[in-house]
Design a protein around this ligand. Sequence first.
Ligand SMILES: [Zn+2]
Length: 137
Amino acid sequence: MDPYAKPLPRPSRYSAPFWQGARRGELLLQSCKACGVSQHPAGPVCRDCWSDRLEWRAASGKGKVYSYTIVHRTTTQGFAGETPYAVAIVELDEGPRVTTNITGCPVDAVKIDMRVRAVFTPATDEITLVKFAPEPA
Ligand SMILES: [Zn+2]
């Protein structure tokens, strides 16, 4: 594999399970055992009720485009050869919103409320990125 030239996430003690799940092709969300809310990104306590009784649960991997932008010019090394590309906020069916890329379709096909599903893109041996593609019709 060529050296990966783009910025990579750095898993923290809170987010490490998310990235381990992504390597297995699973979208994991931190879920509160006290109030049932799912959250992303992960943290030490529930953002809703402040409980520290959190567990990881597999999410459906499905959601919809909440917002997006198309990047036509970038100053970030590594992305220059990939413009235009879509950066989006996807609202998961479980509630949390994730910042991601939309892939698997032309950028002009990306629309607000478009149904999408998670796809897992290995970047390095350690990091697999979670992107989203249109849900099959
Ligand atoms: Zn809670």
